[in-house]
Design a protein around this ligand. Structure first.
Ligand code: CAA
Length: 379
C-alpha cells in the first residue's frame, strides 16, 4: 500500500486548483446570488479535458483515472460546487454510462461530443433523468412510460430536479416499459433535448448550488427510435444503479471539496487572530482536519477500487455518506468560527454551508447510502 500520488495525478490536481482559483473564484458570489449558470467556466473545463476526464481518448475523452477525477472534483468544489456538479454529472453519469454500456454508434454520435463538452464550438453536455415527483429515493417507482411501438418508443412522463436540465443537449432517460416487471421493466433512452414533445420547466430556485441548472423535464408523446435504447430490454434500472455507484464517488469528492474549502478558509481566518489561541477553536480545527482526511481516504479508496476493476458499490456509498455528512458538519463549524463574518456572503463559508446540504440528498440520500451499505454487508 502506498499513499503517494503519481506525477501525473499531482499535475492534474494543480491544474484543477489553478482553474478553480483563476476561473471560478472571480464572480462566484454573484453567480450564486443571480443563479447564473457558469457557462464560461464549463467551456474552459471542456478545453482542459475535464468534461470527459475518464473517457478513453478514442471517444473524445482525456483518459485519466478515477483518482485524478476525485482530485479535480475536490479542488473545483472548494471554490464553486455549481461548476463541479455539472462536471460530475457529465463525467460520471453520462459519459461513463455511455462508454460502458452504449453501442459503437451511440458512442460515436453522442459520447464523443459529450466527452469533449463541446460541439461545433458550442457547449454540449448531458443530463441523467431518473428522479420523478414520486420516484426520488424509491427509484424503482418510475411513472414515466415508454410504449414499445416496434421500431420506436413513445415516451410520456415528468422528471424532476434534473441537473443540467436546461443546458444539456442530451438526456439519458429512465422509463418504465413494462410495469408488471418492476425494476426489470425499465429501460434507459438517449433523447436529444430538441426532440418534439420535450419541454424544459422553469429553473428551480434552490438553497445551494444556485448557479447549477436544475429543471423539471416533461415528455409528451416523444418519439424515440429503438436504436436510442441503451443495452438490452429491461436493463435500464441496472444501468442507473451501476452508473450511480460511480456518480457517488464524484459527489463524495464534491462534498470533500466543499468541506476542505470551508476548512481552509477557517484556518486562514483564525490564523494570527486571538481566537486561534483558544482551545475551543483549535479543537474545532483539529476535528475538521481529521474528518476531512478520513473522507478523503474513503473517496480515494473507492476511486482506486474502480480503477482496479473491483466492485466499488459499497465503498462509493461509504465515501458519499461520510463525506457529505462531514461537509455539512465542517461548513457549519466554519460559519461558527467566522462568527458574524461567517453569516455574510463575502466570507464564502455561508455559501459552502448551503452547498453542502445537497450532497446529502442527490445521487441518493444518506438514508439510501446506508441501505446500499447495509445490504452489501448482509449479502
Ligand atoms: N447494480 C445492479 N443492479 C442493482 C444494483 C446495482 N448497484 N442495486 C440494485 N440492483 C438491482 C437489484 O439486484 C434488484 O434486482 P432483483 O429484483 O433481480 O433482485 C433491482 O435492482 C431492484 O433493487 P432493490 O430491490 O434493491 O430496489 P429498492 O427499490 O429496494 O431500492 C435503492 C434500491 C438502492 C434504494 C435505489 O432505489 C436507489 O439507489 N435509490 C436512489 C436513487 C438515486 O440515487 N437517485 C439519484 C438521482 S440522479 C441525481 O441525483 C443526479 C444529479 O442531479 C446530481
Amino acid at each position: 500500500m502506498q499513499f503517494q500520488l503519481s506525477e501525473e495525478q499531482l499535475m492534474i490536481q494543480k491544474a484543477a486548483r489553478d482553474f478553480a482559483q483563476n476561473e471560478c473564484l472571480p464572480g462566484v458570489i454573484e453567480r450564486d446570488e443571480k443563479q447564473q449558470f457558469p457557462k464560461e467556466q464549463i467551456l474552459k473545463l471542456a478545453e482542459l479535458g475535464f468534461m470527459g476526464m475518464m473517457t478513453a481518448p478514442e471517444y473524445g475523452g482525456a483518459g485519466m483515472d478515477t483518482i485524478s477525477y476525485v482530485l479535480a472534483m475536490e479542488e473545483i468544489s472548494k471554490v464553486d460546487a455549481s461548476v463541479s456538479v455539472c462536471m460530475s454529472v457529465n463525467n460520471s453519469l453520462v459519459c461513463w454510462g455511455l462508454e460502458k454500456y452504449g453501442n459503437e454508434e451511440q458512442k460515436q454520435q453522442y459520447l464523443v461530443p459529450l466527452a469533449q463538452g463541446c460541439k461545433n464550438g458550442e457547449l454540449y453536455i448531458g443530463a441523467f433523468l431518473l428522479s420523478e415527483p414520486e420516484a426520488g429515493s424509491d427509484a424503482t417507482s418510475q411513472h414515466t412510460m415508454a410504449e414499445d411501438k416496434g421500431d420506436h418508443y413513445i415516451i410520456n412522463g415528468t422528471k424532476n430536479w434534473i441537473t443540467n436540465g436546461g443546458t444539456a443537449s442530451v438526456y439519458l432517460v429512465m422509463a418504465q416499459t413494462d410495469p408488471s416487471k418492476g425494476s426489470k421493466g425499465i429501460d434507459t433512452f438517449i433523447i436529444e433535448k430538441n426532440t418534439n414533445g420535450v419541454t424544459v420547466g422553469p429553473k428551480e430556485n434552490k438553497l445551494g448550488i444556485r448557479g447549477s441548472d436544475t429543471h423539471s423535464i416533461m415528455f409528451q408523446d416523444v418519439k424515440v427510435p429503438k436504436e436510442n435504447r441503451i443495452g438490452n430490454d429491461g436493463f435500464g434500472f441496472s444501468f442507473a444503479m451501476k452508473t450511480l455507484a460511480g456518480g457517488r464517488i464524484g459527489i463524495a469528492a464534491q462534498a470533500l471539496g466543499i468541506a476542505s474549502g470551508a476548512y481552509e478558509r477557517s484556518v486562514e481566518y483564525a490564523f494570527g487572530k486571538e481566537i486561534a489561541q483558544h482551545q475551543a477553536i483549535q479543537f474545532k480545527l483539529a476535528d475538521m482536519a481529521t474528518r476531512i482526511e478520513a473522507a478523503r481516504l474513503l473517496c480515494l479508496r473507492a476511486a482506486w477500487e474502480k480503477d482496479n476493476g473491483d466492485d466499488y458499490t459499497l465503498s462509493s456509498s461509504m465515501a458519499k455518506v461520510f463525506a457529505s455528512e462531514t461537509a455539512m458538519w465542517v461548513t457549519t463549524e466554519a460559519v461558527q468560527i467566522h462568527g458574524g463574518y461567517g453569516y455574510v456572503k463575502e466570507y464564502h463559508v455561508e455559501r459552502l454551508m448551503r452547498d453542502a446540504k445537497i450532497t446529502q440528498i442527490y445521487e441518493g440520500t444518506s438514508e439510501v447510502q446506508r441501505i446500499v451499505i447495509g445490504r452489501g454487508i448482509l449479502k
